[in-house]
Design a protein around this ligand. Structure first.
Ligand code: ZN
Length: 147
């Protein structure tokens, strides 16, 4: 990885960890899901409000390492206002990117998450938000685990 991407990655992660976007519980959500990454002790709850096939609002609460919380913050920013199809496609793409697929490219601000590949032990911290989103999109009330 280029040094400037590594620097940008650390900057964005720290910023989103200190000032997480959409970080609150939601009253009356259309769907919500809980996720956990036992390897690191990260937990997340993702809330969705949907209307007419669009994610009107997305929020999360959670505890854990900077990467898990910053990834959740970036995820909510990325899918808020998108259609359910777009959110699903974004999950598939980010799953591939974070799994190390070189064919996939993270769009926009999410590109910084590619930086996590330099830290293989933290990949599950970064994917947790996306797996939890996926569970919420499918209104799967079961707790997901990245284990
Ligand atoms: Zn973690």
């Amino acid at each position: 990885m280029k040094p400037d991407l590594r620097e940008l990655y650390q900057e964005v992660i720290l910023d989103h960890n200190r000032n997480p976007r959409n970080h609150h519980a939601m009253e009356d959500p259309s769907a919500c899901a809980r996720g956990a990454n036992p390897l690191c002790g990260d937990t997340l709850t993702v809330y969705l409000k949907t209307a007419n096939g669009v994610l009107q609002d997305v929020s999360f609460v959670g505890k854990g390492c900077a990467i898990s919380q910053a990834s959740a913050s970036l995820m909510t920013d990325a899918v808020r206002g998108q259609t359910l199809e777009t959110a699903e496609a974004l999950f598939q793409k980010m799953h591939a990117v974070l799994a190390g697929s070189t064919d996939a490219e993270a769009p926009g601000k999410l590109a910084v998450l590619e930086g996590v590949r330099a830290y293989p032990a933290r990949v599950k911290c970064a994917t947790l938000a996306w797996h939890t989103l996926e569970a919420a999109l499918h209104q799967d009330s079961a707790t997901v685990s990245t284990e």
